[in-house]
Design a protein around this ligand. Sequence first.
Ligand code: CP3
Length: 346
Amino acid sequence: MTNSNSLFFRALNKERLKTPPIWYMRQAGRYMPEYRAVRKKFNNFLDMCKNPDVCCELALQPINAFNLDAAILFSDILTIPDALGLGVNFVENEGPVFKNPINNSKDIDNLDLFDPDELQYVYQAVTNIKNSLSDNIPLIGFSGSPWTLAAYSIEGKSSKDFKKTLNFINKNNDKSHTFLNALTDACFLYLREQVKAGADVIQIFDSWANILDENRFNEFSMQYINKLTYALKNDKVTSKTPIILFSRDPKCSNQTLVKNSGADCLSLYWDMKDFDLNIARNKVSLQGNLDPRILLEPKDKIKYQTHKILDKFKDYPGYIFNLGHGITPDINPDNIKYLTEVVREY
Ligand code: CP3
């Protein structure tokens, strides 16, 4: 059992803490030489994710290197589209490429029903990681948001503007909602299995919230995040599991994010500098907000910007230190070590 007195749980319980718990989005990844040494052995990134022992080793690498306060499952958000038969591959320097993306409304009619058992390899990774962690380090399980999973599934790859996706939802409103409902059910079942396997906390990544205007954000993204968190909060297995939402720069009010998401904690993108802490205070915990690109600067600049963030959140009840988006491959691991020290010494 994870100790509910761990720093991470205390912050999720909206306690005001002297030193915030620390973890980093993409804390396991290519910026670490230890990761690259393991990654070399696999051609396809998803093949590596399908090996629970390797996932365990990778999830522990940043915990051991930087003594962080929470671990995150090593996997990817695109396991669900892969299980739906969309054929996800990771191509060097290009990111994910789908063999069978959603091209028309018939493709949605013909989709396989999501079978959570197909992702046993993920739950096994959760259990292995959990068994290897000490009691005071909680484990975060995760999924993409229904909208972000739909966007990748329709676009078929990463994109700057997701033009194909935006066109598709304009032309196929009903079928888009059918698809989003199916993805919401899949995310629920998937996260429930992760919690059964040992995940202590859930994070939902709405990484492409930013491409929707306010109306469409509420219709295609927030509505389904709300359905998902509602289902989780009303299920015996998951009702007590804290939920963190990372919504990348959504075009909605702060009030909507706090009230409608159903999340216990909001993970703030680095560009959400004007987020109103008073609207969130005592309602949700907050996480993140530091621009990851700061980590490419000299140490004095890293310290200055980190202190600015810590000053901003120092009286906030329930702040978790993190970056405003993931660690990129060009970041020097020494700077992650330095950043962690700066936060703990503040
Ligand atoms: O420590 C961790 O956070 C590891 C677990 C993790 C990965 N991806 C591993 C990964 C998590 C939580 C994710 C989430 C994820 N995956 C998101 C949401 C977070 C965000 O960045 O907004 C998204 C959008 C994806 C989809 C994805 N996976 C893309 C677009 C790419 C290619 C681009 C890139 O950064 O490489 C991936 C690949 C991926 N996922 C890698 C890792 C370590 C790198 C793959 C490699 O080594 O070749």
